[in-house]
Design a protein around this ligand. Structure first.
Ligand code: UD1
Length: 417
């Protein structure tokens, strides 16, 4: 297992490029199940979650070639309709094959995802939605067995916004008979990009980017090429890494339009941002202040950035509060930040940070993708050496983060344990 070693105190400066979005790429890869043909996806990040989805598509029967961020998927018809436990346990997003397999073949067997570092993470909304479209579902031996003679359009109202359930139902409904409506749908840019991808394949989805999606089922779809949107969470991770070192960096090939609230909060803390269509520069202005943040579905503040922001706020004098409203258990990194000397604690869903303590390096353990990013950000501002283990979490979602940060001047390296 690899470790990341950071020696804090170096100011980040320079220019960096954003990678393509993991959370946009995963459902789009699953959508390739919906029609035979050759798909070319560009700007695909080389991270382990993408590798896991590649393995899954190969198990189902696709030919996949991944070369320098370009992914070619050849779907010549499939022979297996299964997402096995071994893959689903390493990546919950494996559940994305459920909707497309059902839509295309009328059957699927997908390992039931268990809990994870973020808590229970139920999939009831995925399953209830598919049942509304005419799917019979049985849970046996840890697996979801789903089958249908033919999916039929239906009215679905999500009692809670769910990115994954919206994606799964979208992919199921595009080949269903008749009209499907999804109310209280997620509006995340990754959902919007999936919907545009499906429409380019020949689907008829209306209301893209809104909370009400209307899908007129079609008989067939066709394969296409696309370029993934950039990863807004990675972009923000760079901004926070620069911010905590009082550095000045420029991020190119990013999508500021997907980071509304996030950029507002960075400005509110006291950093200066120069923003153009696909570039953001951050400059340190000197004076900083604490802030309050509430995580919410898009266009609200993303839960994925709650741990990285907490790392930055630990160094900003005064009391900041983050209200975590999506994943109540996304807090395991807190005790690790305490090991660096941060004054941060949990009260219900409130993360209360009395910022300004001097942080000092220590051995730390990463518990999930964004926790790993938060620990690295905090380590960049910590005096001395921080050693972060279980970085396989980081590698699930960030493309060579340590190399990119090193290019900006960070003293950071990967070592074999
Ligand atoms: C996706 C993202 C993840 C992000 C999250 C919230 C991917 C691969 N992952 O995860 O990075 O943090 O959105 O923006 O894109 N819920 C239910 N029942 C369900 C499904 C979800 O109660 O059937 C709840 C969840 O427990 C959570 C909330 O709904 O409290 C939102 O979860 P959801 O949007 O589904 O997250 P994911 O799609 O798993």
């Amino acid at each position: 297992m690899d470790k990341i070693i950071v020696r804090g105190g170096k100011k980040l400066t320079g220019t960096i490029f954003s990678s393509g979005s993991k959370n946009a790429g995963l459902p789009i890869m699953a959508a390739s199940i919906l029609a035979e043909g050759k798909y070319i996806l560009r700007n695909v990040p080389d991270i382990t979650d993408i590798q896991t989805m590649i393995k899954l598509l190969r198990i189902i029967g696709a030919e996949v070639v991944f070369n320098k961020n370009e992914l070619t998927i050849i779907n010549k018809g499939f022979s297996r309709y299964e997402a096995p436990y071994d893959l689903v346990k390493t990546m919950r997003a494996s559940i994305y094959v459920l909707g497309p397999l059902l839509a295309r073949f009328g059957k699927a067997k997908v390992s039931f995802p268990g809990g994870c570092a973020l808590g229970a993470r139920p999939i009831n909304l995925h399953l209830e939605g598919l049942q509304k479209l005419g799917t019979t579902i049985e849970i046996k031996h840890g697996y979801i067995y789903a089958y249908t003679d033919k999916l039929k359009g239906g009215k679905i109202f999500f009692e809670k916004k769910s990115v994954g359930a919206t994606a799964n139902i979208l992919m199921a409904s595009v080949l269903a008979q008749g009209i499907t409506t999804i109310e209280n749908a997620s509006c995340e840019p990754e959902i919007t990009s999936l919907a545009h991808f499906l429409n380019k394949m020949g689907a008829k989805i209306k209301g893209i980017g809104t909370e009400v999606l209307t899908i007129q089922g079609v008989k067939t779809l066709h394969s296409i090429d696309t370029t993934l949107i950039s990863d807004r969470i990675e972009t923000a991770t760079f901004l926070l890494s620069a911010a905590i070192t009082n550095g000045n960096i420029t991020i190119k090939n990013c999508s500021p339009v997907h980071l509304g609230f996030v950029l507002d909060k960075i400005k509110e803390i006291g950093f200066s941002l120069q923003i153009s269509k696909d570039t953001i520069s951050i400059t340190d202005k000197g004076e900083k202040k604490p802030v309050e943040i509430s995580t919410n579905p898009y266009p609200g503040f993303p839960t994925d950035l709650q741990p990285p922001f907490a790392a930055l706020l630990s160094t900003i004098k005064g009391k900041s509060i983050i209200y975590e409203n999506i994943f109540s258990d996304r807090v395991m990194y807190i005790s690790e930040l305490q090991r660096l000397g941060a004054d941060i604690k949990l009260n219900g869903n409130q993360i209360i940070i009395k910022g300004g303590n001097k942080l000092t390096g220590a051995p730390l353990i990463a518990s999930d993708i964004r926790a790993a990013a938060a620990l690295i950000i905090a380590a960049l501002a910590s005096n001395g050496k921080t050693e972060i283990s279980r970085v396989y979490h980081l590698d699930r979602g960030y493309e060579r983060l340590e190399e990119k940060l090193a290019k900006l001047g960070a003293d950071i390296e990967r070592v074999k344990d």
